[in-house]
Each structure stands twice: as C-alpha cells, then as structure tokens.
Design a protein around this ligand. Structure first.
Ligand SMILES: C[S@@+](CC[C@H](N)C(=O)[O-])C[C@H]1O[C@@H](n2cnc3c(N)ncnc32)[C@H](O)[C@@H]1O
Length: 204
C-alpha cells in the first residue's frame, strides 16, 4: 500500500505528540503542565501549605498540579481572560480577569501574601516575532509588577517570556528584586518555540 506523506511543514512534531498524549493520559488539560513539573523538579519552589498565584491559568493544568503540591492546607488562586472549565480542588479558585484590570475590588478578591507567583501568560501570536516578543514582554512586566506587590518576602516568581531583544534588560530588573535569578528552558517546550522562563527566588 502506498504510504501517504505529509508535505514539509506539516510533519507531526514528535515532542508535541508525546507531551500532549501524556497530558491527556494523566488527566491534565494542557501539555504545559510538564514545563511546571520540570521547573518544580529543578528548583522545588512550591511546598505543602503554600499560597500560589497563577497568572494566565486557563485551561488549568498549572493550577491542578500546583494544588497537588500545596495540599489542601495551601491555596491556589488563578486568573485568566478565559474561564477554567476543568474541575478543581476546593482550595483552588479560578477568576476570570484581565491582569491589566484596574478594578480594586477584583484585586482584593485575588489577595496577597503569596509564596509563589506563576505566570505562563502568552499573547495571541501574530507570527511576527518582534510584535509577539513585545506583547509577551508587556505581559511579563505586568506579571512582575503583580509579583512585587503580592509576593510574601522570601517568595518566588516564575514567568514565561518570548525571547526578544529586551529579555536581558527585563531579567536584570527582576534580578534586583530577588536574591537569585535563573533563566530556564524546560525540555517540554516545543523545539521551535522562543519561550523561556525567568525564575526569581527569595524575594528581597
Ligand atoms: C499558555 S496559556 C496558560 C496555560 C496554563 N499554564 C495551563 O497549564 O493550563 C496562556 C494563558 O494566558 C492568558 N492570558 C493572556 N493574556 C492575559 C491577560 N491580559 N490577563 C489574563 N490572562 C491572560 C490566555 O488567556 C491563556 O489562557
């Protein structure tokens, strides 16, 4: 039988298949959970009883995984433009909200004194690398400002950013707020992706 060949550019990405299937098999709504798992294995940021804020939390994989790590004595608050539809543990709250919102009562509901602020936020991509990198930087800057306001002293910050010319300058600004800073690219990131995670540890 003649084998059907997909044209170049339409080949399946074996990494994507592996992680997407694994996410489905293990009950998480998105493959991005494996990026946070790698970060957690390497840096051990999330601990039992921790309070976690997850910016850009939909469809909910990071919240599910973080809530397993905190246990029910911890708390996970997520926010996203989109609603989270997966079922979540009682100690997890997902809010539909824009991180750029200026609604004080909405921010009061989010709370503060978090041990870890996570941001896996990503803009809708245009395909134009420079435009996407600027939009990602804007989201990262906003995530950092929220982390500065809402992290407890000693807390950690994990922030996805698309690689662009301003990443170095941004990471230097983040570095000043933490005693340690790392740039980490998990294996689970698609090979063609320009994303990287900035990790600030031990907020000063
Ligand atoms: C890659 S997804 C996050 C996946 C999530 N970590 C998970 O594991 O399920 C990025 C999310 O960022 C959200 N996002 C983008 N801009 C946002 C904004 N201004 N405010 C809140 N969320 C935003 C998008 O709606 C999208 O759901």
């Amino acid at each position: 039988m003649k084998k059907y060949m997909k044209p170049d550019g339409f080949r399946k990405n074996p990494w994507s298949d592996h992680y997407t299937h694994l996410a489905r098999k293990t009950g998480y709504p998105a493959r991005s959970v494996f990026k946070l798992q790698e970060i957690q294995r390497k840096y051990r940021l999330i601990k039992k009883g921790h309070r976690i804020l997850d910016l850009g939390c939909a469809p909910g994989s990071w919240m599910m995984y973080a809530s397993e790590l905190t246990g029910d004595r911890g708390l996970v608050v997520g926010l996203d433009l989109k609603p989270v539809t997966v079922s979540l543990a009682p100690h997890v709250t997902a809010l539909v909200m824009d991180v750029f919102s200026e609604d004080a009562s909405a921010w009061e509901a989010v709370g503060s004194g978090f041990n870890v602020v996570l941001s896996d936020m990503a803009p809708d991509t245009t395909g134009a690398k420079d435009v996407d990198a600027i939009r990602s930087l804007q989201l990262s800057e906003r995530a950092f400002s929220i982390a500065r306001d809402r992290l407890a002293s000693g807390g950690s910050f994990v922030c996805k950013i698309f690689f662009g010319e301003d990443v170095k300058a941004f990471s230097e600004i983040v570095r000043k707020a933490f005693s340690q800073l790392k740039l980490f690219k998990p294996e689970a990131i698609r090979k063609a992706s320009r994303e990287i995670y900035i990790i600030g540890m031990n907020k000063l």
